[in-house]
Each structure stands twice: as structure tokens, then as C-alpha cells.
Design a protein around this ligand. Structure first.
Ligand code: F6P
Length: 339
């Protein structure tokens, strides 16, 4: 029986539990065993009871719960060789030869690194006497499949990431509440949302709530222009407090609200509940020669893309944004933008 390990890692996102549930249940119904690895790579490095075989009923009730019940971590030790050696040891000890990772680009990169080092790690485990050749031989290959879970919707080669739509709903609910008090007091509100280097949450929330202005990393303000422009048209400032000060100077009563982690928690919306199934199919399709796949959504179809191509493209877009090269970032995201 194929043993599939699964973990959630990095920042949590609503829909991770639904993904875990479908991975476990599809794995079982396709004749495989499913092993949940707690706290992401941390659990993989620690082993022991951080790795637990899951049955059908272990994931009962998972669909509608936010966050990740198998927990997550931003794991430092997995970034080091020693940590990845421990991870390889624990995978083999538990007989796991396929790993489905749910997380953002850091999580997916980590998984692919493990796969690319797999043969060296297994050799080292034999050389150092931690495992015998007989124990290692059945695990000559490690299959990796990525599912992109992130509220930021910042991954290339997929239209949407699990958790982004739920987060957008949460932001809009919060902004709707703020709007009513803003109107009552004739106040301006400056609202800071998450998204790291990607303006998707901010842009979509702004459109959906009728914000007067939106500031996104893809379109940074020009340093010496924004204040003047802001006063003229309330356009393109940098930090929430800068905007607040400017508005106060212009005699507009203003408050700042940083929405924080409420954007990331809570029940997943319907859209974020149904993308896990394809990951198990991708495990069953994988061969030692094919690149690790990442489950993607393109034009409403669930597909799979080479994981590392998606990660590399994501990094290029982020770099272009950091260099304030808006046009280049857009072209990388969508080649048709160039025409
Ligand atoms: O990547 C998801 C995200 O929520 C980003 O939008 C945000 O910048 C970051 O994680 C916050 O991370 P933490 O919860 O570790 O503070």
C-alpha cells in the first residue's frame, strides 16, 4: 500500500483543513494510507508522535473549520541540512514515499529541495549507520505534490490559492462594518490588509467595498509626487500613518484600522473547500522522472504545473515588484499584457 504523508506549513489559510480531509479520504478510497505530519516541517524533523496515521473518521468535521487542525509552523531547522536529514529518516522509518505539502512558495520550495537531495540524504543515512540499505532500498524515490494554500494569492501559474477568497470575504465584511461607522462620523478610514508583496487582496477588497483609493505594491507611489497627488486626489500614499497624517492635515477626521489576522482565520468559503482531491491523483500519476507537480486552477479547471517553474516565476514577479518594475511584473504574470 502506498503511504502518503501530508502536512500544512507556513502561514495558515482557510481551506487547509478541507484539503487535508480530501487528501486523507481520497487516499484511503484509492487504496493508500494517509499520514498526517503535525506542525509542518517541524513535525517531519521531530518525527515520533508528530507523524500519525489518519483514518477516514480522523478528519470528520474538518470541512468547515478555519486554520489548520494538524497545525503549522515556520520551521528553521528544515532549512538546514541536518534538519532535512532527520526529515528523510522519519519519512523512511514511517514507510512514507509520497508527500503532499500544503502551503505557500516557501513550503513548496522546501519540499522540492528535499526531493532533489533525496538520493544523497538516503546514502548519508546508510553511511552513518542510521538506516540499513535494506530499509532504504524500497524508498529510492520521493514523490512530492504541492497544493498552494495562501491568503495572499501570490503564486504564479495558478489563478487562485486556497484561502484567498475566504480572506477576501472576511476583509469585505470588516470593511463593510467600518463603512457604517465611517459614514456616521463623516470620517475617513485607512485600512491595512495583508498580502505581503501581492496587491490582490487589497485591490479586490477595494473594488468590492467601493474604497475611494487603493495602494498596492505593484503600483508604488512616486516618492516626491504622492503627497501632492494625495491632497489633490487622495491618491497613492505609502504607509497608513502617512496617509492618516496627510488627511488630518487636510482637516479630515481619520482613523487607521489594521485588520491583522482576522483576515486569515475563520470558516472557509465554499470555493476554498474543494481543491484537495487532485493532489492524490497527482501522487498516483507521478514517476521518478517527472518534475514535482503543483495543483493549480487555470480558467476554472483544476490542473497541475511543474512546481519549481511556478515557484521561480513567483520569485521573479516579487523581485520585479520590489524593483518597482510594475510593467515587468505584469508581463511575467500574464504574457498577453506585453501586447
Ligand atoms: O503569507 C501570509 C501572510 O498572512 C502575509 O499576508 C503576512 O504578511 C504574513 O503571512 C504574516 O505572517 P505571520 O502570521 O507570521 O505574522
Amino acid at each position: 500500500k502506498k503511504r502518503i504523508g501530508l502536512l500544512t506549513s507556513g502561514g495558515d489559510s482557510s481551506g487547509m483543513n478541507a484539503a487535508v480531509r480530501s487528501i486523507v479520504r481520497v487516499a484511503i478510497s484509492r487504496g493508500c494510507e494517509a499520514y498526517a505530519i503535525y506542525e509542518g516541517y517541524e513535525g517531519l524533523v521531530q518525527g515520533g508522535d508528530m507523524i500519525k496515521k489518519f483514518s477516514w473518521s480522523d478528519v470528520r468535521g474538518y470541512l468547515s473549520i478555519g486554520g489548520t487542525l494538524i497545525r503549522t509552523a515556520r520551521c528553521q531547522s528544515f532549512r538546514e541540512h541536518k534538519g532535512r536529514l532527520e526529515a528523510a529518516y522519519n519519512l523512511i522509518k514511517n514507510g512514507i514515499d509520497a508527500l503532499i505539502v500544503c502551503g505557500g512558495d516557501g513550503t513548496l520550495t522546501g519540499a522540492d529541495t528535499l526531493r532533489s537531495e533525496w538520493s544523497d540524504l538516503t546514502k548519508e543515512l546508510i553511511q552513518t549507520g542510521k538506516l540499513t540499505a535494506e530499509e532504504v532500498v524500497p524508498h529510492a524515490n520521493l514523490t512530492i505534490v504541492g497544493i498552494v494554500c495562501s491568503i495572499d494569492n501570490d503564486m504564479a501559474k495558478t489563478d487562485i490559492t486556497i484561502g484567498a477568497v475566504t480572506s477576501l470575504h472576511r476583509i469585505c465584511e470588516a470593511v463593510d462594518s467600518i463603512s457604517s461607522t465611517a459614514f456616521s462620523h463623516s470620517r475617513a478610514f485607512v485600512i491595512e490588509v495583508m498580502g505581503r508583496h501581492c496587491g490582490w487582496l487589497a485591490l479586490m477588497a477595494a473594488i468590492s467595498t467601493g474604497a475611494d483609493y487603493v495602494f498596492i505594491p505593484e503600483r508604488p507611489p512616486e516618492a516626491n509626487k504622492w503627497k501632492k497627488e494625495m491632497l489633490e486626489s487622495l491618491e497613492r500614499p505609502i504607509k497608513c500613518d502617512d496617509i492618516k497624517k496627510l488627511l488630518l492635515d487636510a482637516k479630515i477626521d481619520t482613523r487607521v484600522t489594521t485588520l491583522g489576522h482576522i483576515q486569515r482565520g475563520g470558516r472557509p468559503c465554499v470555493y476554498d473547500r474543494n481543491l484537495g482531491v487532485e493532489a492524490v491523483e497527482a501522487v498516483l500519476r507521478a514517476t521518478p522522472d517527472t518534475p514535482s507537480p503543483m495543483i493549480s486552477v487555470r480558467e476554472n479547471k483544476i490542473m497541475s504545473e511543474p512546481l519549481m517553474e511556478a515557484v521561480e516565476l513567483t520569485h521573479q514577479v516579487t523581485e520585479a515588484i520590489a524593483e518597482k518594475n510594475f510593467r515587468r511584473a505584469m508581463e511575467l504574470r500574464d504574457p498577453e499584457f506585453a501586447q
